[in-house]
Design a protein around this ligand. Structure first.
Ligand code: HEC
Length: 141
């Protein structure tokens, strides 16, 4: 099979006509005088460095709420004595309760604050450890 030169020429002419027509249509009839300064040659932008596809962030496994330890569970019960002044949840931090993350801090607070003195006799060291465990679980990471 041979290429028909006539067909090629015809196709070429059609392309030319199409381009020419488009150009005419684009030229505004009342063209303002051409600007004297030639448009600056477009600066070739440097080829963008290939951006490595971001590694898909590992879907964080939903953290199951840690089951409170037995100590913290006991502490939660003991804490009911504290809610009147410190709020229902140590997380809220009413009157510095969030500091009570160790039994030492708690006992020091019992001593320092007269309205809490009674807990010195009421709660054992173990109770205060449990309270601290509970408070840690509520306020700490
Ligand atoms: C009658 C009210 C009252 C009760 C009940 C109470 N507290 Fe307090 N507590 C206070 C006051 C008042 C402060 C001092 C707040 C301040 O210093 O601004 C305080 C402060 C604290 C602090 C912070 C100490 C610090 O270093 O700032 C801790 C910890 C604490 N209490 C623990 C407890 C625990 C545990 C209980 C329950 C067993 C309890 N409190 C029950 C009134 C109370």
């Amino acid at each position: 099979m041979t290429t028909d030169p006539g067909r090629l020429t015809l196709a070429f002419a059609l392309v030319l006509a199409a381009c020419g027509g488009a150009e005419k249509a684009d030229t505004p009839s009342s063209a303002s005088p051409p600007a004297t300064t030639p448009a600056p040659a477009p600066v070739p932008s440097p080829a963008p460095a290939p951006v490595p596809a971001p590694a898909p962030a590992p879907t964080p496994a939903p953290t199951p709420a840690p089951a409170p330890s037995p100590a913290a569970q006991r502490g939660a019960v003991l804490y009911q004595e504290c809610v009147d002044c410190h709020g229902i949840d140590p997380e809220i931090g009413v009157r510095g309760i969030y500091k009570g993350v160790t039994a030492d801090v708690i006992v020091a607070a019992y001593r320092r604050v007269s309205t809490m003195n009674r807990f010195l006799a009421l709660y054992s060291d173990g109770d205060n450890e449990d309270l601290a465990a509970y408070i840690r679980g509520r306020v700490g990471p």
